[in-house]
Design a protein around this ligand. Structure first.
Ligand SMILES: [Zn+2]
Length: 327
């Protein structure tokens, strides 16, 4: 019997051939479109300019041509410009959030950051950022350049809230002047796998049931409102005294990994919005303080040395990493 998977792999190459035939048969046309058309890349064309000309998003063009954001386009390359469903313009008009030139924040690009990162961090479409800053070549943006991020009223107030949260977390994380910072290399995220708890209850459990001399195995606990406040950040003794953690099996990761535990069982449900926002702020503050790159922010079960479902499938680790700034 022929495996259905094999057939679908064959279909991919057939699809590519059909795409080429389709493109060569399409008319070239500018302006808002309903049907897909082809566009031959001219000198000076950028994906952004093409997207504006046909009134489609850069992402739609990338998707239609199976290109990634990093792919360069060439002169005379033929691109498929996807059409829109007939009803979409009307729907889009209603859903399009209102951006204005004077509402937003300024962001200075750090090393390794791109417009795509900014769109993720601030949850604003790439096209909105590009348009607000008249950027011709998004791929040529350099560290140190300042970009205006337009925001809706709602996003701006969320942003202010997060900025407030961040300065609060900064004050929590600050060490006493006599305390020397350990050379932290990783941030490791856990869930408690319990529906309730806080630093004090885990401290009791780790010290007296698990016989850990230093008590609470994590450096930070983020509570969920069932014991302690919703999204509250509790600082453990191991952070205050800069002691190694006891939150993973591997001695290596315990030595150089900051352990954060969110209360909840995220195999069954996601963290609360306040918990998630506190996590983003805490990880960002720790990352900046200890110069930890985003690629060293892990969920417990993502470590090679561990076999664990922690912190649960409902905690969006990829989204978290995409919202972090800096290297
Ligand atoms: Zn864990």
């Amino acid at each position: 019997m022929i495996s259905p998977f094999r057939t679908s792999r064959l279909n991919t190459s057939v699809r590519r051939v059909l795409l080429v035939i389709l493109v060569s048969a399409l008319p070239s046309y500018a302006g808002p479109i309903q049907q897909p058309v082809s566009h031959k890349v001219q000198a000076g064309d950028t994906l952004w300019k093409i997207s504006q000309r046909y009134n489609v998003s850069v992402k739609a063009i990338l998707d239609a041509n199976e290109l990634s954001n990093a792919d360069k386009i060439r002169i005379n390359q033929v691109l498929v410009i996807p059409g829109k469903p007939v009803q979409e313009p009307q729907e889009q008009e209603q859903k399009q959030p209102e951006y204005s030139k004077d509402k937003g924040v300024f962001h200075t690009l750090k090393k390794g950051e791109t417009i795509w990162n900014l769109s993720k961090i601030y949850q604003v479409p790439i096209s909105t950022i590009i348009q607000a800053n008249n950027i011709d070549f998004p791929e040529r943006m350099k560290p140190g350049q300042t970009v205006f991020i337009p925001m809706t009223e709602e996003r701006l107030s969320q942003h202010d809230e997060l900025a407030g949260m961040k300065s609060y977390v900064e004050s929590l994380v600050k060490l006493s002047p006599r305390q020397k910072m350990r050379d932290w290399k990783y941030i490791i995220i856990h869930h408690s796998a319990t529906d309730m708890g806080n630093a004090a209850s885990f401290e009791y459990y780790h010290r007296f049931k698990r016989h850990m001399t230093n008590g609470l195995a994590y450096h930070f606990v983020i509570t969920n409102g069932k014991k302690g406040s919703d999204g509250g950040v509790e600082v453990g003794n191991r952070w205050k005294k800069q002691l190694q953690g006891g939150h993973v099996k591997s001695d290596f990761y315990n030595e150089v990994g900051i352990g954060i535990c969110l209360v909840g069982n995220f195999q069954n449900y996601p963290p609360s919005i306040s918990q998630y926002n506190s996590l983003v702020s805490l990880v960002q503050v720790l990352k900046d303080l200890c110069n930890i790159p985003t690629r060293n922010v892990f969920g417990h079960g993502e470590l090679r040395t561990e076999q664990s479902l922690c912190p649960g499938k409902c905690l969006p680790l990829k989204k978290l990493r995409s919202q972090l700034t800096g290297p």
